[in-house]
Ligand binder design. Structure first.
Ligand SMILES: [Zn+2]
Ligand SMILES: [Zn+2]
Length: 753
């Protein structure tokens, strides 16, 4: 079955004439495909060509591609438009919940089920005494079966009602993006509204106001006094234990009753929980059950009598959040998660529903129900709009604010020249998220206030909500392949054959790869290896490239959670290893040259390393506990930098006396070093190593230091270009030369001994 194929009657609005690539055989009538690999494409002799999207092109689309094909690059406006319509999208919604399907129950069947459900005598066999005649038992069984069938009818009716409500919500949400579709969709919406009303009438029959009021009253009941001293409960133990068990039963009863659309008396079976684990022949068991039934009956009476009072009515409004029914992949909706009671309340008391610009359900409820809806947590959130005339009728609510509800046109995303870009809104982002699988990524955005920035979609969403105005220049996935597919292999950093991801740490400063593990090149290599075979390397590299341009990586912290409760991350966590070196620097060469320290420092200037960014949870010992690196497992389950982290320079960290690092992670991670920084780090360590040897030689008074002198030679002639690259000030270059000179002088010259 093919759902929601695009049909020629669908108005394409501003997308009419958009260029798309189609694949087909030569024949004039040949079907057009979105891809040359479509399974409906029989002939191998196909050619691709660009055409302009219009009704005649749509009419020739292959049904498979018309429903599920990608006619445009993901993340473009056209792709979002077509994807929102086809498959299980808007066209499918408009086509569903319009008529009663063959499984639907007739009004008569529903009435019969309602009669059974609302019959006053309890139908559960558990509630009758055991010594009934067998004949009676058969009747009981038949009645029980009937009741079960009636419950199934109720389930089915509510399932359809819920589905119809969610579908209506979804359809209007999607239409809100593409206003040119509205008049075309009107007839279908009319049919859907009629069906929704018809099913609501049925649903209303299956739940009674008394039951809903009883549940509301039960929810408001305080914890009762329980007869813990009653001798009938002795089998449960001492009075303290009896009290505990009775209160536990109370809580179970209250929870069950308050969430249910059945009257409290239907929960009588709960008494058996008290006899859990007690043999059926246990002495005193029957008396105990009889007594606890009386206790439960008392609770029921209290709930039901509270429900029987005369109450005023209040009008409340429930707004369906935008994402209440847009969980497209799962086809779940917020409405599926409402409990029976809340569904019953909506069905029985709903007096109006408006769908634009936001879906708002109006209920007129009696006081106790209103009090409960307003004070307790429910699936939907309810409010009372005091002022008269603010009731969102479809007419008054149809006027969208100009900025918040810009229609969805080409040019919001990357399918027009930058000059033609249109400001992005939350609604656009919502549509993008619903249509595009990896919409969560980094975007280059531009605003007049802040210029060019790189932000995660979740952050952009937050900004739009706060009134930010700007355009999207490009998403990570819009970056051209040409820049990424031809990345040269990194020389000297080829992956070892053994499949080891993490390079072995090198301690010898004279080794050619010393310090390389701190550099950006190594970060990129590591990222590729971490992603290999598991994640989209291309996306990871694009994210890395975009994030490299950010001045402060803490701004990469994402905001909010998706509908599965997972944080909205713009990239795989491996990207953090591309950005940060989680290992610590060996800073001995830069520590003061004093005789007391061991190993003795060399007092070298920090040079280009001074400004290296350091990310840590606590740079100055301000918070309780040790400081952790963004890669530390002690901190949070996922790697990465957050807004709560400290960002300091390496120089500042070295000056921080109260920095108290975790012994597992070293307390911080650094922004990966560029080539010059790695070169200077290596040079400083080689010089430091020589210095240690010079000190040793001088101490022992060994005769010949000529080897060391040769080694120092490399550092004496520091050429101008290198000095400028390594040292931001002339003063630091001079410091370096002085240290080298001092070391040379400390060496015993041949024959001087
Ligand atoms: Zn096809
Ligand atoms: Zn740690």
């Amino acid at each position: 079955m093919i759902y929601g194929p695009l049909t020629p009657d669908v108005p394409l609005g501003p997308f009419e004439g958009s260029p798309i690539t189609v694949w087909s055989t030569q024949s004039k009538q040949a079907k057009l495909h979105a891809t040359s690999s479509c399974s409906y494409l029989r002939s191998a002799r196909t050619t691709g060509r660009e055409v302009q999207l219009d009704a005649s092109v749509v009419a020739r689309m292959c049904p498979q591609c018309g429903a599920y094909g990608s006619w445009a690059r993901p993340g473009t406006g056209l792709a979002v438009f077509l994807d929102t319509l086809t498959g299980l999208g808007l066209l499918y919604e408009l086509d569903s919940f319009r008529d009663a399907d063959e499984d639907a129950f007739s009004d008569e069947e529903v009435r019969q089920a309602a009669t059974l459900l609302h019959r006053p005598a309890p139908g559960a066999p558990a509630d009758t005494a055991a010594q009934e005649a067998e004949e009676d038992e058969d009747n009981e069984d038949a009645a029980w079966e009937e009741l079960q069938e009636a419950r199934r009818v109720r389930e089915a009716v509510f399932r359809e009602w819920r589905g119809a409500l969610a579908s209506m919500h979804r359809a209007h949400q999607q239409l809100g993006l593409f206003p040119w579709l509205r008049s075309w969709a009107e007839a279908a919406l009319q049919l859907k509204a009629e069906r929704l009303r018809a099913v609501q009438v049925q649903a209303r029959l299956l739940v009674t106001e008394d039951a809903l009021l009883g549940a509301a009253a039960a929810a408001a009941m305080p914890e009762p006094d329980v007869p813990a001293d009653d001798a009938a409960f002795a089998p449960l133990g001492a009075p303290a234990e009896v009290k505990k068990q009775l209160l536990s039963l109370w809580r179970r009863w209250q929870r069950t009753v308050e969430d249910s659309w059945d009257p409290p008396r239907e929960q009588g079976y709960l008494v058996h929980h008290l006899a859990d684990g007690m043999g059926s022949r246990r002495k005193g068991r029957d008396q105990m059950l009889e007594r606890v039934r009386a206790v439960l009956a008392e609770w029921e009476t209290r709930a039901q009598s509270a429900a029987g009072g005369q109450y005023g009515e209040r009008v409340l409004f429930a707004r369906l959040p935008h994402d209440a029914a847009t969980e497209r992949d799962s086809r779940r909706s917020l409405l599926d998660r409402l409990d029976e009671w809340e569904l019953g309340v909506l069905a029985v008391y709903m007096v109006d529903a408006a769908w634009q610009p936001q879906s708002v359900i109006t209920v007129r409820v009696s006081e106790p129900v209103a009090a409960r809806l307003l004070t307790q947590h429910h699936g939907l959130s309810y409010s009372e709009m005091e002022a008269a005339g603010t009731e969102p009728t479809p007419e008054t609510a149809a006027k969208p604010s100009p900025v918040a509800e810009l229609p969805f046109e080409p040019g919001v995303f990357d399918d027009t020249p930058v000059r033609g870009r249109r400001p992005v809104t939350r609604t656009h982002l919502r549509a993008l998220r619903a249509a595009m699988r990896d919409a969560e990524q980094l975007y280059v955005v531009f605003s007049v206030d802040a210029g060019l920035e790189v932000v995660a979609l979740s952050v952009l969403d937050q900004r739009c909500a706060a009134g930010w105005q700007g355009v999207i220049i490009a998403g990570a996935s819009d970056l051209p392949d040409a820049l990424f597919d031809t990345r040269p292999a990194i020389p000297g950093q080829d992956a070892p054959e053994d499949g080891e991801i993490w390079p072995e740490r090198i301690y010898d400063p004279h080794h050619e790869a010393f310090g390389a593990s701190l550099g950006v090149a190594q970060g990129e290599r590591l990222l590729v290896r971490l992603c290999a075979g598991r994640q989209d390397v291309g996306h990871a590299l694009r994210s890395l490239a975009l994030a490299r341009g950010m001045a402060d990586l803490r701004e990469l912290e994402t905001a909010g959670y998706d509908d599965r409760g997972l944080a909205r991350r713009p990239f795989a966590s491996a990207v953090w290893h591309g950005l940060l070196a989680m290992e610590q620097l060996d800073l001995h060469p830069f520590e003061p040259d004093t005789d007391t320290g061991w190993p003795r420092g060399t007092g070298l200037p920090l040079g280009v390393l001074a400004q290296v960014q350091v990310y840590t949870s606590d740079a100055a010992g301000q918070y309780q506990g040790r400081a952790h690196s963004p890669g530390c497992a002690h901190r949070r389950p996922e790697h990465g930098v957050g807004r709560d982290d400290d960002l300091v320079t390496l120089e500042e960290l070295m000056g921080s006396k109260d920095f108290d690092p975790c012994s597992k992670c070293g307390g911080y991670a650094i922004r990966r070093l560029n080539q010059e920084q790695v070169a200077y780090y290596r040079a400083a360590h080689r010089l430091h190593h020589l210095a240690q040897q010079v000190h040793a030689v001088a101490r022992k008074g060994v005769a010949d230091g000529s080897d060391l002198a040769a080694g120092l030679e490399e550092f004496t002639s520091l050429d101008r270009a290198r000095a400028e690259a390594w040292f931001p000030s002339w003063e630091q270059a001079r410091q370096w030369r002085e240290i080298v000179d001092r070391l040379r002088r400390a060496l015993p010259m041949p024959g001087s001994a």
